[in-house]
Design a protein around this ligand. Structure first.
Ligand code: GAR
Length: 197
């Protein structure tokens, strides 16, 4: 029988995976939170190299495997208790949502509800922030539901946007907030809802 005090996390990521790496580093020596699986829809994603470097098993899947029960099967086979989306671009299917109620967390690189929704990811978000002449932006960490970027927000952090900032400079500032806060918020989140398991 599985030890109920240990959380086993799967990270879904579509790209470079610098957030995934920050999470892997943070939990490397934590006996209570195991990063057990990395999943990607992109066979060329940098996150797969990071997984290999940390010795964490990784799987790549296509749309069909995501929608049928393949990916859910891998999660269950690996006894995954929580899912973290770190730069993952597809909507989570209902089968996975119902298997992990309030157990899926996403990070979004802006202050939701602004600059969220389908097609709003990565550099597109920072370009939109710049185009709207925002004076601040930041990160939102939220639970995942059936809509893009609409689940309950658990944490936000802000940073300034200067009129002369490029989207790349905005991205860099936002990334710093992500690395600083995301692993810590994940730790609090799994610790808090451990009692419900
Ligand atoms: C991160 O900034 C994350 O917030 C964003 O993608 C980036 C991934 O970077 N996520 C979204 O835009 C989701 N809508 P990384 O691969 O280096 O961690």
């Amino acid at each position: 029988m599985q030890n109920q005090s240990i959380a086993r996390l799967a990270i879904f990521a579509s790209g470079t995976g610098t957030n995934a790496e920050a999470i892997l580093r943070y939990f490397k020596d934590d006996p209570n939170v195991i990063i057990a699986l990395i999943l990607s829809n992109n066979p060329n994603a940098g996150v797969l190299d990071r997984a290999a470097r940390f010795g964490v098993p990784a799987k790549v899947f296509n749309r069909e495997q995501f929608r049928n029960s393949d990916v859910l099967g891998w999660l269950q086979k690996n006894a995954i208790t929580h899912i973290v989306l770190a730069g993952f671009l597809w909507l989570i299917p209902g089968t996975i949502l119902s298997a992990y109620p309030r157990r899926i967390l996403n990070i979004h690189p802006a202050l939701l509800p602004k600059f969220g929704g389908k097609g709003m990811y990565g550099s597109k978000v920072h370009e939109a922030v710049k185009a709207a002449s925002e004076t601040e932006t930041g990160i939102s960490i939220h639970e995942v539901n059936e809509h893009f970027d609409e689940g309950e927000i658990l944490f936000q952090a802000r940073c300034k946007v200067e009129p002369y900032d490029t989207p790349e400079e905005i991205a860099q500032r936002v990334h710093e907030l992500e690395y600083k806060h995301f692993p810590r918020v994940i730790k609090e989140w799994v610790t808090k809802n451990k009692a419900d398991r």
